[in-house]
Design a protein around this ligand. Sequence first.
Ligand SMILES: NC(=O)c1ccc[n+]([C@@H]2O[C@H](COP(=O)([O-])OP(=O)(O)OC[C@H]3O[C@@H](n4cnc5c(N)ncnc54)[C@H](O)[C@@H]3O)[C@@H](O)[C@H]2O)c1
Length: 439
Amino acid sequence: MTEEKGIDVGLRQFIKNLGYVAGGATLLASAPWLTSCTPEKLEEIGKQKARIGLIGSGSRGQYHIHNLLQIPHAELVAICDIYQPNLDAALALCPGAKTFSDYHKLLEDKDIDGVIIATPLSFHASMTLDALAAGKHVFCEKAMALTLDDCKRVYQEYQNTDRALFYCMQRMYDEKYIKAMKMIQDGLIGDVVGMRCHWFRNADWRREVPSPEYERMINWRLYKEYSGGLMTELGSHQLEVCNWAIHKMPTYITGLGDIVFWKDSREVYDSVSVTYGYADGRKITYESLISNKFNGMEEQILGSMGTMDLSRGVYYLEDDNMVPGMRKLMDEIKTGVFASIPTAGPSWRPELRSAYVPHPVMEGGFGVTSGESMIGAVKDGSDVILSAFCQSCITGEKAKDVVEEAYCSTALCLLGNEAMDRKMVLTFPDEYKIPYMKF
Ligand SMILES: NC(=O)c1ccc[n+]([C@@H]2O[C@H](COP(=O)([O-])OP(=O)(O)OC[C@H]3O[C@@H](n4cnc5c(N)ncnc54)[C@H](O)[C@@H]3O)[C@@H](O)[C@H]2O)c1
């Protein structure tokens, strides 16, 4: 751990990389949640430490422990889990922490400032509400809740509390996303005309269970009682960036979801395809499949002058797609061939992706992701958002728009699931609109 006057060097470096200058108004305009964790504010907290309790010490919870141990202004003081092997594994990472099997008991502990909630989705809302009621600051994993009513309950409670509430949508604290959003908002890719996101993997999402009675608890992702499936597990991150890119919400939602390949008594779809339509005609096409990983993971913001591929940290300009020399000649021959076929017609052009030149968003290259688990991914923003949360546990400052962004993306995931279940085109329901949303 690098420590310098109690300042989190990682967080400071992150903000420096973004070109932050004191009061950095332009940067903060495209990512207003960073106002709670500027380098000046970080300096002010000196050597104070946030005392953190972790609820849910499974895969993601243990990943957060690794990050917490690197944050100078954080101290993990308590861990809670109902599954002893996961509690033991977490305790081995942080041997001094108190342990609990009932999270209510952890919340009664007056020596805890803030809690991390890394349990299955079905517990997020009730645990968040209980933790806020107990006076704790809360860092909850995405998504916000399993139902729209629970999202609304949490959102309303958040309006009435002075506690900080974060949702772990780490892209909001990932340098390449922040920089790319600024470029989009500065007009680099022209008018945003559509968005195209997908996440493809080839893995069944199953975990081994020690005996059958643990099946639903350990493989919670596969059951509707606990999980919103691909939409809330993967889509929640990607739909958030769509909202962030254009600050608008879609009005119409429709899609198809099926269990195509993993027919193993799971209840959630292993294949989803959802279209979100905006009032002005733009669309997000969202697709996820976990039985073929050829396409990996991408979040493309499509503009009239270029394309921003957020997850790769690369952009392409329409003007770069000029076909040079030999290639042009060959293409003309091909075009000529196609021109003589009535159905293809002379309008056919080689509109190939390979003809575009990739430009990196950040100096020093491209971030490439295979779409595999993000757990363990380096510099994906998870450490930075956690550091910002620990800072808020000390200062009491809420992070602007984080809860609102979580609400918007979770609502889109849940409505996507509903549209697929009912095989209908839904209109965004008025009762779940919040003032932050613009349609
Ligand atoms: N932000 C991201 O990129 C990211 C990545 C992975 C997972 N996640 C999220 O993290 C959360 C956890 O996912 P995971 O993969 O770690 O699941 P997991 O099953 O590995 O861990 C969940 C843990 O919660 C415990 N738990 C369940 N009910 C509990 C209760 N009532 N009290 C205390 N502990 C309880 C389980 O025993 C388990 O140890 C999910 O919401 C998931 O969507 C987010």
